[in-house]
Ligand binder design. Structure first.
Ligand SMILES: CCCCCCCCCCCCCCCCCCC/C=C/C(=O)SCCNC(=O)CCNC(=O)[C@H](O)C(C)(C)COP(=O)(O)OP(=O)(O)OC[C@H]1O[C@@H](n2cnc3c(N)ncnc32)[C@H](O)[C@@H]1OP(=O)(O)O
Ligand SMILES: Cc1cc2nc3c(=O)[nH]c(=O)nc-3n(C[C@H](O)[C@H](O)[C@H](O)COP(=O)(O)OP(=O)(O)OC[C@H]3O[C@@H](n4cnc5c(N)ncnc54)[C@H](O)[C@@H]3O)c2cc1C
Length: 670
């Protein structure tokens, strides 16, 4: 008989805050919570969205199952007449990577951002109804980070009014685009534009790659899948592809011409729109990846927290003299708390900074519509930097969560290995995290150099305008409780960031060649960029706390998490804080003392804090993280489902086990 006991009920009863209100904070609004909750339940109750066995399916079967699910998603969206908001929640909860992620996540945004109105009117209705399926073909075998170095060419032929798309070398083969390998019918292809014998840099072109009748590649096109990727399940449900062009002709009007165009006569004409707009789809996706990072991390933390409350090891004060009695919940070990609770705090921090980044991006889009490009550099720096910071921390956090679950965390049924394998490439796609931090540092060095000309930094760099104060100020913390002051914390982070930035700027002046200086100092520049991004995350968490937060205990718990996030970072980056004299060694030790008290405050609320994510068991996909905490029967049951357990004596026994055993027996007799 099924066990219906809630093994975590006691933990839930200890919560000191209103969980339902916290769910609203996490979701963003009551409306968002209601819609997401409804769709989560819809997905969890529909067998068509079941995700059992993913880890044991062969690549072909996994791919087929992802195709089936994507088609079913599309069918249900249409049958139920889901709104755009409901649709995105549906895809989110279905939780299976397939071509549709890149179609909706990159192909459509690339057309929206880089195509003219006329082009959008032609292509968007086709894409929006999935009469065509698209991919984003930028990266090549030889070049990913260096977009300017792409080799694919698009040469204008004035005789036929066409572009000739060509892959001149092996290294120019498009490599990685998701959905390209086996599904996409069209691609936005990034290529070097050549007209009238001159090169005009990278531009986007809309190219049909497969027939809409029989799905065969069109003439001149070679296309296929690039092969198995890291981990079982995970990104292997996606057909990342390779694509080569042998002088493929497309009409001139399939160049995406919002930013610049080629006339009928072959003249290249630039508009007043910055060229960087052609990289707009990347800015859009980087912003969404910050939200993905908070989801992926919160998912891992939810599993690790629930399991840590169920798992018991060694004796406890309640034991009798013989050590008999109940063992200690591993969540009560201080080491477990010091590893787990900062991750929990980070999940909340990333959620809030992601929410703010979405606002910043929406604001940019509104400004662009009015031809105001002033915030583009800052939005580029924020999306690049926060994508880098949050994905690196989330990927590390998922792996730490696996370790927090001990041996069982290594089992596929814990859900953690696949979560890690699915999420870790986010550190690479949409821009390698180090390359992106170098972009941030370039922006910051420019901001600092403009101080001399009297330009006042604004937005996320406003603190750089207070350079004199921040270079001189000292931290006033004298006892552990003094750290419970958000202004003190923010100033320590700003002081550390600005001191690292100014040191970089000063060191750069020692090089006659600025490019060489930038390259030599790049490790320091990356560290300074991280410090700046941490200022953003901490300050956005603080801003969140200043909003009208309802519900008993909710604000207090969020404050506790904000302190944990910040003080743990001080602990982790102590070298920076000490070497810049932003804090003293004594203050560092007081921060550690304060952290211990903060962990004690979180402990009774830990389960409720992960319940506030409102994840269904279907979405979590983990026997260790299920809501009822009934871990052991679920683990036991799951093991028996493995294909190896279908037969008692394994296939291969007669060929490969029995002869070995016999030989050992014979050897022993000799
Ligand atoms: C059941 C289990 C399942 C488990 C589920 C787990 C759940 C996990 C959740 C997550 C799953 C989500 C999965 C979603 C699917 C995702 C699919 C992935 C799709 C990936 C797509 C891609 O990767 S597309 C390719 C992306 N490529 C890149 O990002 C390339 C990086 N390189 C660049 O961006 C550039 O080349 C560069 C910026 C690094 C350098 O370029 P360049 O040399 O030209 O630039 P400069 O440095 O000279 O800069 C010039 C100037 O421009 C400014 N600038 C640069 N870029 C931008 C920009 N994008 N926008 C605005 N401005 C820009 C730069 O700052 C300079 O300005 P100056 O003023 O001149 O200084
Ligand atoms: C799962 C997945 C899905 C993807 N989907 C798509 C897609 O749909 N469409 C698409 O076009 N692309 C896609 N990509 C490609 C992705 O965008 C690139 O892999 C990414 O931009 C990194 O580029 P790269 O592979 O060339 O890395 P490289 O640039 O070769 O990086 C290798 C190493 O060099 C370092 N490095 C590189 N340049 C510098 C520098 N200037 N200074 C210091 N260090 C440097 C990096 O930090 C890294 O450590 C995908 C990739 C993955 C893994």
């Amino acid at each position: 008989m099924e066990d219906t006991v809630d093994h975590l009920a006691h933990e839930r009863s200890k919560a000191q805050f209103n969980v339902e209100e916290m769910k609203i904070i996490w979701a963003g609004s009551l409306h968002a919570l209601q819609v997401s909750d409804r769709i989560a339940k819809l997905v969890a109750s529909d067998p068509g969205f079941g995700k059992e066995n993913r880890a044991v399916l062969s690549r072909k079967d996994l791919f087929k199952s992802a195709l089936k699910k994507a088609a079913y998603v599309w069918k249900r969206i249409n049958e139920l007449g889901l709104s755009e908001e409901e649709t995105s929640w549906l895809r989110f909860y279905v939780d299976e990577l397939a071509y549709d992620y890149v179609h909706w996540g990159m192909f459509v945004p690339a057309i929206k951002g880089s195509a003219t109105e006329e082009q959008q009117n032609k292509w968007l209705p086709l894409a929006n109804t999935m009469q065509i399926i698209g991919t984003y073909a930028q990266t090549e075998l030889g070049h990913g980070s260096n977009v300017r170095g792409l080799e694919t060419t698009a040469t204008f032929d004035p005789v036929t009014d066409e572009f000739i798309i060509h892959s001149p070398t092996l290294t120019s083969s498009k490599w990685w685009p998701g959905g390209l390998g086996k599904v996409a019918t069209h691609a936005v292809v990034y290529a070097q534009l050549i007209t009238d014998g001159k090169e005009y840099g990278v531009n986007g072109f809309l190219v049909q790659i497969r027939s809409l009748d029989d799905h065969f590649p069109l003439p001149g096109i070679t296309v296929g899948d690039i092969g198995m990727k890291f981990g079982s399940g995970a990104f292997n449900s996606m057909d990342n592809g390779v694509l080569r062009f042998d002088r493929v002709r497309i009409p001139r009007n399939q160049m995406l011409m919002r930013v610049s165009k080629v006339t009928r006569e072959g003249k290249y004409v630039e508009s007043n729109i910055p060229k960087q707009i052609i990289y707009g789809a990347m800015v859009y996706v980087r912003q969404t990846i910050v939200a993905d990072a908070s989801i992926a991390l919160s998912r891992a933390v939810c599993i690790a927290t629930r399991y840590s409350a169920v798992r018991r090891q060694f004796g406890s004060p309640q034991n009798d003299q013989n050590g008999n009695g109940i063992e200690t919940q591993v969540i009560d070990y201080k080491t477990q708390q010091s590893r787990l609770f900062p991750l929990l705090a980070s999940a909340y921090a990333f959620r809030f900074v992601g929410e703010w980044l979405k606002w910043l991006y929406t604001d940019l889009i509104q400004k662009l519509e009015g031809n105001d490009f002033s915030t583009l550099p800052e939005v580029h720096a924020c999306t690049a930097g926060l994508k880098s910071l949050t994905t690196s921390a989330a990927a590390d956090g998922i792996e730490e969560s696996r370790k927090l679950c001990g041996g069982h965390g290594y089992l596929s049924s814990s859900g953690l290995p696949e979560l890690y394998a699915t999420f870790v490439p986010a550190c690479t796609y949409e821009g390698d995290n180090v390359v992106l931090l170098l972009q941030v540092s370039r922006f910051l060095m420019k901001t600092i150099s403009q101080l001399q000309s009297g330009k006042k930094p604004t937005g996320t760099t406003a603190y750089i305008g207070h350079v004199e104060h921040l270079i001189q100020c000292g931290c006033n913390v004298k006892k552990a409780e003094d750290w419970l002051n958000l202004c003190v914390i923010l100033e320590a982070f700003e002081a550390r960031a600005i001191r690292l930035l100014v040191a970089c700027a000063e060191n750069l002046t020692k090089f006659a060649n600025p490019l060489q200086g930038f390259s030599e100092l790049s490790p320091d520049l990356v560290e300074a960029a991280v410090a700046h991004c941490q200022v953003i995350v901490v300050s956005k968490f603080i801003e969140k706390l200043q909003q009208n937060i309802q519900g008993i205990g909710v604000k207090q718990l969020l404050e506790t998490l904000c302190y944990i996030y910040s003080l743990n970072l001080i602990h982790k980056h102590l070298g920076d804080f000490l070497s810049t004299r932003s804090i003293t060694p004594k203050q560092a030790s007081l921060a550690s003392d304060q952290l211990r008290s903060l962990y004690a405050k979180v402990r009774p609320n830990a389960i409720a804090l992960v319940d506030a994510f409102n994840y269904t068991d279907h979405f979590l996909g983990s026997v260790l993280g299920s809501y009822d905490g009934n871990v052991y029967p679920k683990l036991y049951e799951e093991a028996w489902k493995d294909p190896l357990n279908e037969s008692v004596v394994p296939d291969g026994y007669h060929e490969n086990i029995r002869p070995v055993l016999k030989q050992q027996l014979q050897n022993a007799r000799l």
